[in-house]
Ligand binder design. Structure first.
Ligand code: NDP
Ligand code: CA
Length: 334
């Protein structure tokens, strides 16, 4: 159960070999078969082209690795190689490109920009960045799409969310898929702000899911020790769990720390800026715990896999790693 990438050649840029493993939680699931009772979710902050190239200052990443004319195919490859049913993306500033190319692979998508995207202040930008959701058209019917500019103490912020109500064509099962990208940067005030955005997000989700199972993915810009992580997992109405904690639960893990969040992976982003190396977990896939079980989770690449310059790089087009997992409806007869 592994993906072995032997050829990562695009144009004249030759890239490395990547070996990633599926961590199979429930025996009997087959990664190659897409079942109507299973939803494969891909969550990814794919790194906005304008921010990545002009703003982030990734000091170990060669400029050529950030050129759109080649990077865009690495992005598409990262998405399609896992054959996801649902794709939740943040920092999308080339939605038209993705929509066109993913349509050829059977996906339909929606986009909601940030009200005052930092991309707009960058020379040569391609418009605002925002969140996007794509879904497999043959598997789902879109019932409704809702968007939200997240509020903090009743005032609109610069962060957004999208909710898509999807119906599995074959079974009639419905699911509410939500994605968001919360406010970035460190500091106690910003941690409070993220928690307020998160509360508004959960209200938005509760209002629109109408009791349906929820898959809530995003770049929360918050480590598991932040209040927002606790807020999400203790919401009584939504009863959410975090899919990637299954990685540690499924290993010979001897961590006796039972604090909420101790089981999250060590990183979902790993980059080197002038200020230093940043390696932490801020991206999550949350799901309604009594409606789904986690069948499989795609491992994060190891430090050795990604190399000393960390990411982005020629092999990894974003500073965030994609999270991929298989969720199985438990409240239907398989
Ligand atoms: P956020 O703090 O949420 O960050 C915006 C983006 O910057 C995120 O995508 C984030 O990525 C990225 N980011 C985080 N840390 C760094 C870093 N150290 N270096 C580079 N990029 C980083 O900002 P807002 O959405 O609130 O928007 C920023 C504001 O900038 C807007 O309100 C806009 O009006 C304002 N602005 C900018 C001007 C300019 O000239 N640049 C002028 C006037 C206003 P990630 O989530 O992956 O960490
Ligand atoms: Ca970013």
């Amino acid at each position: 159960r592994s993906f072995h990438r032997t050829d990562r050649q695009f144009g004249d840029i030759t890239t490395g070999v990547r070996l990633l493993h599926w961590n199979v939680i429930s025996k009997g699931c087959d990664e190659a078969v897409s079942s109507p009772n299973n939803i494969r979710v891909l969550q990814w902050n794919l790194l906005s082209q304008a921010l990545g190239q002009m703003n982030d200052n990734f000091v170990c990443c060669p400029d050529e690795a950030l050129e759109w004319k080649t990077r865009r195919f690495h992005i598409v490859e990262e998405i399609v190689e896992y054959n996801p049913d649902v794709i939740c993306l943040q920092e999308v500033d080339h939605f038209s490109f993705l929509k066109t190319i993913l349509a050829t692979q059977g996906y339909e998508g929606m986009f909601f920009p940030k009200p005052d995207s930092p991309c707009l202040y960058i020379k040569g930008n391609n418009g605002p960045d925002g969140c996007a959701i794509f879904y497999r058209k043959d598997k789902f019917e879109l019932l409704k799409m809702e968007t939200r500019v997240l509020e903090v103490w009743r005032v609109q912020s610069n962060q957004v969310a999208i909710a898509a109500l999807l119906r599995v064509r074959e079974t009639g099962c419905e699911v509410c898929v939500v994605t968001t990208h919360l406010k970035a940067r460190n500091g106690a005030l910003l941690s409070t702000l993220r928690n307020e955005q998160g509360k508004d997000l959960l209200e938005f989700v509760s209002k629109h899911c109408g009791g349906r199972p929820v898959i809530l993915c995003g770049d929360f810009n918050a480590e598991p020790t932040e209040p927002i992580y606790h807020t999400v997992l203790t919401n009584r109405q939504l009863r959410l769990a975090s899919a990637y904690t299954m990685l540690a639960r499924n290993s010979d893990h001897d961590n006796n720390d039972d604090t909420l969040g101790a089981l999250e992976p060590p990183y979902t982003t790993w980059k080197i800026r002038e200020e230093g190396e940043v390696c932490h977990t801020i991206d999550y896939v949350f799901y309604t715990s009594d409606s789904f079980s986690v069948d499989a989770v795609l491992n994060l690449p190891s430090g050795e896999d990604i190399g000393e310059g960390r990411v982005p790089s020629f092999s990894y087009p974003s500073d965030h790693f994609s999270l991929v997992c298989d969720l199985r409806f438990t409240d239907t007869k398989a």
